[in-house]
Unconditional design. Structure first.
Length: 213
């Protein structure tokens, strides 16, 4: 095997052993939440973009980045019924599958300018959030700071990850504000792909750090 082949094999096996669930929330719900697309962002010129449509792009980019490096990735598949329906059902499926990490993928609204990750107390989600947000803040000048919020059961946002056992490192990820005009350049397809790849890098950094403990 030549140098190039060895390098390629090393890349494909970098994250071997890591199992990650990447869940585009809002999408694929049922019952009273059927058709949920999250917030709707008004863009310059009056066009409107649903949150879930943008999230799907960055989530798929993260899935591709992780899988190319050997991680096993579970993500939404409405045909197979994977990670669909109520969030609790998704949590149970990810835990039964054996996920090490779970990303509940969203975009924020409210005009802020920071990247946000939330985790349940007393789980280890804080470290995963710090790893991802650090890369996002370094990589994208539109992101002005980061916030890590601990959640208790019943708090706003907790429903997105509260059903997961503590053995799964889970976060609610909101990388930027879709209704902030200064951050809306990140809603272009290419920038969302780059953002998703940065999310993957953050997961990889967290995984490397967790294996050293």
């Amino acid at each position: 095997m030549g140098y190039a082949e060895r390098e390629s094999a090393a890349l494909r096996s970098r994250l071997s052993g890591l199992w990650v669930a990447v869940d585009v929330q809002h999408l694929y719900r049922d019952g009273k939440h059927a058709g949920d697309m999250g917030s709707v962002f008004e863009l310059a010129g009056g066009a409107k973009l649903p949150e879930a449509q943008a999230v799907l792009v960055y989530a798929q980019a993260a899935v591709s980045w992780l899988a190319a490096r050997g991680a096993s990735v579970l993500t939404n598949n409405p045909v197979a019924g994977t990670l669909t329906g109520p969030y609790g059902r998704r949590h149970n499926a990810a835990a039964a599958w054996g996920a090490h990490a779970y990303l509940a993928c969203h975009l924020n609204a409210g005009g802020g300018s920071y990247a946000l990750a939330e985790y349940m107390v007393p789980t280890g989600g804080q470290a995963l959030g710090v790893a991802i947000l650090g890369i996002l803040a370094d990589r994208f000048q539109e992101i002005r700071g980061t916030k890590i919020n601990p959640l208790m059961p019943g708090q706003r946002g907790a429903v997105c990850i509260a059903g997961l056992p503590a053995s799964v490192t889970a976060i609610v990820l909101e990388p930027f504000f879709g209704d902030n005009a200064l951050q809306q350049p990140l809603l272009s397809h290419d920038r969302l792909v780059s953002l998703g790849e940065a999310v993957g890098e953050g997961v990889a950094a967290w995984w490397a750090s967790s294996k050293k403990k």
